[in-house]
Design a binder for this molecule. Structure first.
Ligand code: AMP
Ligand code: MG
Length: 333
């Protein structure tokens, strides 16, 4: 009898122990190296299953859109020698968004820019490539070579695709959709600086820091106060090498074949959809503030441009306030 009571008590204590272990301490967060960058997901409600599921989703999409993994849709497309390839629904849809932004930006965003990205290889290079090589690479750069027919995609005229300018945004949208379906109402999804917000924090906007181009770590040009939106930054300071006193960065002007050099150091696009904001941030960095205005309007997006002189240029739907030199940007009501 004594033995039985002892066993029951043990089971009760173990159960209490397990229950208290399961209690969530917020934020629940996970930081991982993925997509060639650091990703972090922070939940202010929900549970660890939702967090684990979100991380798994990122891994799955990373494998689908990778340029180097032989089983990825992007790899299959780039190695099909111009033959039609059956891709997953998500890949076909992402390519459709990419082509739409390419069309509306007149090719300032162009996912067929891969030969130039590979030629410049800014993370490993020490000198610019030869002009003749740039001219040769430019020949297969044209988004019109992407033919999408349902799930069948064909790349014409030797074109190859690089979804690096838009994939993180798409994945952020998918992670948000997933977490919301799991009941999460407050979270920050940060895919290498590509920020997607779910709701806000205890009724207050989230603060999104906008990094100062070429500044010290954590040095900000501004802070954006946002609820349930995405903020995606493209910047010439993110990946680059220096040669002959010049910066050669990772965002290529598909017309010239050279890294963009137009006096814009960074663009942060604020929108509902992160895929759209990601594609637009790359396009707008190429276009500059004036030319971007109409494009941003077509997608109902706003943007903060930072010039190489450190000046901030805001689109019409944004407002800024300055307190002791700190700039806070918010959406106009
Ligand atoms: P982001 O940081 O979103 O602006 O994306 C930059 C990445 O997109 C680069 O590392 C390239 O892989 C790719 N890329 C570079 N230039 C372009 C361009 N003009 N259009 C589309 N993708 C680009
Ligand atoms: Mg982008």
């Amino acid at each position: 009898m004594k033995k039985t009571l002892c066993c029951i008590l043990c089971v009760i204590f173990i159960c209490i122990g397990l229950t208290s272990c399961k209690q969530n301490i917020y934020p629940l967060s996970s930081t991982q190296l993925m997509m060639d960058t650091v990703i972090s997901i922070k939940l202010f409600d929900g549970d660890s299953d939702a967090l684990d599921g979100a991380v798994s989703l990122c891994k799955r999409y990373d494998m689908l859109f990778s340029k180097t993994v032989a089983t990825s849709d992007v790899y299959k497309l780039n190695h099909a020698g111009g033959q039609p390839v059956t891709v997953e629904d998500d890949t076909a849809y992402l390519l459709e968004i990419a082509v739409d932004i390419s069309e509306k930006s007149n090719g300032a965003f162009d996912p067929t820019v891969l030969p130039l990205v590979s030629l410049w290889d800014v993370t490993n290079s020490e000198a610019p490539p030869k002009d003749s090589h740039i001219t040769a690479a430019l020949k297969s750069v044209d988004y019109k070579n992407i033919i999408i027919d349902g799930n069948t995609v064909t790349l014409l005229n030797g074109a190859t695709v690089d979804l690096g300018g838009i994939a993180k945004g798409f994945i952020a949208d998918k992670v948000k959709e997933y977490l919301k379906a799991k009941g999460v109402e407050s979270a920050i999804i940060n895919l290498g600086g590509n920020i997607m917000l779910i709701g806000n924090k205890d009724g207050e906007d989230f603060s999104v820091g906008i990094q100062k181009p070429f500044g010290k770590e954590n040095e900000l040009s501004a802070t954006a106060c946002l609820t349930d939106k995405t903020a995606v930054t493209s910047g010439i300071y993110q990946r680059y090498f220096e040669a002959n006193g010049k910066i050669y960065h990772h965002i290529i002007n598909p017309e010239s074949g050279y890294p963009t050099d137009n006096g814009i150091a960074a663009v942060t696009v604020i929108a509902e959809s992160s895929a759209i904001a990601d594609g637009l941030s790359t396009a707008c960095l190429n276009l500059g503030a004036t030319e971007s205005a109409a494009l941003l309007k077509q997608y109902g997006a706003e943007a903060i441009f930072i010039t190489t002189d450190g000046e901030l240029i805001l689109t019409d739907g944004l407002t800024q306030s300055i307190d002791k030199g700190d700039i806070t940007v918010s959406l106009k009501q």
